[in-house]
Design a protein around this ligand. Structure first.
Ligand code: PGD
Length: 828
């Protein structure tokens, strides 16, 4: 089923064509028979398709599911992308997973005595099945109690995670909408993806940059001569997107490969993208990119081969940085030899890169791993400075991009109206009365363990002071913090501090297992939703249709929060009296109302929904040629950046004033806390925790895709062939990987595609301790965060440093218990 163009829809409507009859109507025709409250969130399962193809979507694509006799039998791409995406096939596995949470469950000790719930038993207590109504009543009672005892400062609803796509069933927004109305909560700032960069970039280029549209893919194909993929693996990460993946990124990289352009991949790992593109592989030591960049910049300076006009007209502060490069400010010349000693790339190669970059139209495409490191702020600041010296920012195909690897960042934007979505309750309710009752004590997300462990502690953050509150109640939805947060064993200690932890989850993830109350949630294939494809392209409006009945006793997050809202007497405000389909119609109608201004004619909601096909929009030619910073380059006075000076800041006077020792006022090489070049290394190998090829973080771990990567039924760890030989390790061996923070067991993968001294264990493997509930017990499924460090990037951003860690590795000789994290806990 191909996406239908909006013109086709309109033509079909006009001609009465069968385009809307592809599947029986799954919709709201029964709405009038129910009151809004009764029908609040019920599905219209009587209209479900029993045999046919139905359109839906996920982070990994716009999808078409085949249903036979009321059961999903397969799923595939609904669009006509050139590149396949193996993640598309996972819907049946996800819906019918044995890991599903079937019923509301409460931890036994909590149920017995919520005032003294024995938090140390989290992860190993018995589970007791309760009725849905009892679970809602218990959550409401304990939340009210916490508000009374600790105020809103005692309630945490920052709840971070990738959840599922969809503009209505947006778990985190729903939670915060409810909590904002119920009494308020402590939230968070920032995220795990770009914690460092999104805080420093506004000082440098005046916007967060990491979630911005990039110079278009076609501009790169037409104009770039040298493509540098720096610490990114887009052939992996572009399998997913924040909304629904329209697949244009993977298709772009196919074209890039066919273009025959010079492509360089700078990464300690010869990753999937490097292999696919046949790129030149340059492998620095982990966490040393800043030194490499400084060496390149020093070479340009020394050779007088940099763009002085650009530096003069578009940047400020270069002189201070130049003094640093030349060693005038600290006595250390940052030349290619100096850099080569740090990053492990030869002096000659560093110098040749300088020449290559300035001699060609060069696009520096950076990933985010390099800023998920100690002093991670410096990495992208250095990269932007390097691009300034090359002088091609704002030219077609030139400059830098921090989002080519994420959510199809180079996709041009279509002429499309934007579909609405669920909000925190302060917009569509239209009045100050319902403004979100957020707290002044929001803290940087990656400091959560620190915040739980040290209530009352004050930290520096981005020029301010933040004091942690005493959090006693956590409500988490749509995320898996026990897997995603650094230093799992410390996190588990912190997780024992609150009296109550409620988790809404689809599956028995590690986080659900360490909760007190678990609510069973639907997959997005058991509910109706709507979304646009493409975070930047707005290419399609997609009906995300319910495919099958809600499984077991699973409910939508919306249902849970509607019912909690009733217990707090805020139901009318929370639900605005709307059921699922009424919300979807409202969101769609927001697009409809914009369409006239865009000279577009859209079908009405009912026709759109019946058509069972994505609605596709066209990309105007000016979008195809979009050049980031093009306006700024054309006229920096008329189009200044949002920085203090309006220019790109190579030196920031504001950051200087903060006087943070770990974040100086210009790009600087600062030794990370753990790295291969340090004296007295606490362990032998640098650990890289890349994003996995067959999961979205920890999502999809419980699907049959696991057999594509698991080794010895564990997360694979890549180790260089020579290192493996010295350690007597072979592919398929179970290895112990450890450091002062903990130990994991992983399956060895011996390869030449990783630099010596480096090992790679992807993030997102489900934490599965040998002894459940015992902090410090080795994880038998290779969850990388058992080994990572939980300290901030710097006082500026307080981002996570998941890619800064040293570990030891050896063949494991002990008893290997089977991985059992993908089966529900006993009694559940
Ligand atoms: P996911 O696996 O996507 O990981 O961390 P994040 O917590 O986002 O977790 C989403 C969870 O939401 C899943 O358990 C899923 O079942 C659940 N879920 C899905 N849909 C719904 C829904 O509709 N309702 C409810 N209630 N739940 C739902 C990712 C985080 O990890 C990120 S973004 C990054 S960038 C970090 N990266 C790294 C890294 O590079 N290296 C390490 N070592 N660690 C990292 N951690 C971070």
């Amino acid at each position: 089923m191909n996406p239908i163009n909006r013109r086709q829809v309109l033509q079909a409507m006009g001609k009465g064509l069968a385009i809307f009859a592809l599947v029986p109507f799954v919709g709201c025709d029964n709405q009038s028979k129910k009151t809004a409250i009764e029908s609040g969130v019920k599905s219209f399962s009587e209209n479900l398709v029993l045999d046919g193809e139905v359109i839906t979507g996920a982070h990994w694509g716009v999808l078409k599911a085949t249903i036979k006799e009321g059961k999903i039998v397969s799923s595939t791409n609904a669009l006509d992308n050139a590149m396949p995406n193996p993640l598309h096939s996972t819907i049946p596995d996800l819906v019918y997973s044995p890991t599903r949470i079937k019923y509301p469950m409460v931890r036994k000790s909590y149920l017995e005595n919520p005032d003294n719930p024995k938090p140390e038993l989290r992860g190993d207590d018995e589970w007791v099945r309760v009725s849905y109504d009892d679970a809602i009543a218990l959550i409401a009672k304990e939340l009210k109690k916490t508000y009374k005892q600790k105020g809103k400062e005692g309630v945490f609803a920052g709840s971070y995670g990738w959840k599922s796509s969809g503009n209505l069933h947006n778990a985190r927004i729903l939670l915060q909408r409810f909590m904002g109305m119920a009494g308020g909560y402590v939230g968070v700032t920032g995220d795990y993806s770009t914690g460092a960069s999104q805080v420093i970039m506004p000082y440098v280029v005046g916007s967060i940059e990491v979630y911005e549209q990039q110079t278009s893919f076609s501009s790169v194909l037409d104009h770039t001569q040298v493509v540098v993929i720096w610490g990114a693996d887009p052939m992996v990460t572009l399998r997913n997107a924040w909304t629904l993946n329209e697949g244009t990124g993977l298709d772009f990289f196919k074209k890039l490969k066919e273009s025959g352009k010079k492509i360089i991949s700078i990464d300690p790992v010869r990753n999937m993208t490097c292999d696919y593109l046949g790129a030149e592989w340059i492998a620095p030591l982990p966490n040393t990119d800043v030194a490499l960049m400084l060496g390149i910049m020093h070479t340009m300076l020394k050779n007088n081969q940099y763009d002085k006009d650009f530096i003069e007209n578009y940047t400020q502060g270069f002189e201070r940085f130049k003094a640093y490069l030349l060693g005038e400010s600290d006595g250390v010349v940052k030349d290619s030899l100096w850099a080569s000693h740090i990053c492990g790339i030869s002096k000659a190669k560093i110098e040749s890169l300088a020449e290559l970059f300035v001699g060609n139209r060069t696009m520096l495409m950076s990933g985010w791993g390099m800023q998920r490191a100690h002093h991670g702020e410096q990495a992208h600041w250095s990269l932007v400075t390097l691009a300034c010296m090359i002088g091609q920012i704002g030219l077609p195909g030139g400059g830098f991009g921090l989002s080519y690897h994420y959510s199809n960042g180079g996709s041009p934007t279509a002429t499309a109206p934007v579909v609405g979505g669920m909000n925190l309750g302060n917009v569509s309710n239209g009045g100050a009365e319902w403004l979100m009752q957020g707290s002044d004590n929001n803290f940087p997300l990656a400091r959560i363990a620190d915040a739980l462990l040290h209530p009352g502690k004050t930290i520096d953050h981005n020029g301010k002071k933040i004091t942690y509150t005493d959090i006693d109640f956590i409500y988490w939805v749509g995320g898996n913090p026990i897997v995603h947060h650094q230093d799992t064993n410390t996190f588990l200690k912190a997780w024992q501090k609150p009296r109550t932890i409620v988790v809404n989850e689809i599956y028995w993830t590690p986080t659900a297992r360490y909760a007190d109350i678990v609510m069973p949630i639907t997959t997005s294939y058991e509910r109706n939703d709507i979304s646009m494809s493409g975070d930047y392209s707005n290419l399609h409006i997609v009906p995300m249709k319910q495919l099958v009945e809600k499984q077991f006793e699973a409910v939508d997050d919306y249902q849970v929060f509607c019912d909690l809202a009733k217990a707090f007497n805020v139901y009318d405000r929370f639900s605005e009296g709307k059921n699922e389909m009424q919300w979807l119609k409202e969101f769609y109608n927001q697009a409809l109302s914009q369409s006239q201004g865009l000279m577009l004619e859209l079908p009405d909601f009912e026709s759109f929904w019946k058509a069972n096909a994505p609605l596709k929009f066209e990309i105007p030619s000016e979008s195809e040629e979009f050049v980031r910073y093009g306006d700024f380059r054309e006229d920096p006075i008329l189009n200044p950046l949002g920085t203090d000076s309006g220019l790109i800041e190579i030196y920031s006077h504001t950051i200087e004033k903060y006087n943070y020792k770990d974040c100086p006022a210009h790009p600087t090489w600062l030794e990370p806390i753990e790295w291969l070049g340090m004296e007295n290394k606490p362990a032998e190998f640098a650990l890289i925790t890349s994003h996995p090829a067959y999961r979205l973080h920890s999502q999809l771990a419980n699907t049959s895709l696991r057999k594509e990567y698991a080794i010895a039924d564990k997360e694979p760890i890549w180790i260089n062939a020579k290192d493996a030989q010295e350690k007597g390790i072979k592919t398929g061996d179970v290895v112990s990987v450890s450091n002062a923070r903990g130990e994991v067991l992983a399956g060895a993968f011996v390869t030449d595609s990783i630099r010596r001294g480096v090992v790679r264990l992807c993030e997102g493997a489900w934490y599965d301790p040998q002894e459940h509930g015992k902090i410090g017990s080795p994880c038998k499924n290779g969850s990388s965060n058992v080994l990572t460090l939980d300290i901030p990037t710097s006082a500026l951003a307080n981002g996570n440093i998941a890619h800064t860690a040293l570990v030891n590795i050896k063949k494991y000789e002990g008893e290997v218990k089977p991985v059992d994290i993908f089966m529900p806990p006993e009694g559940a």
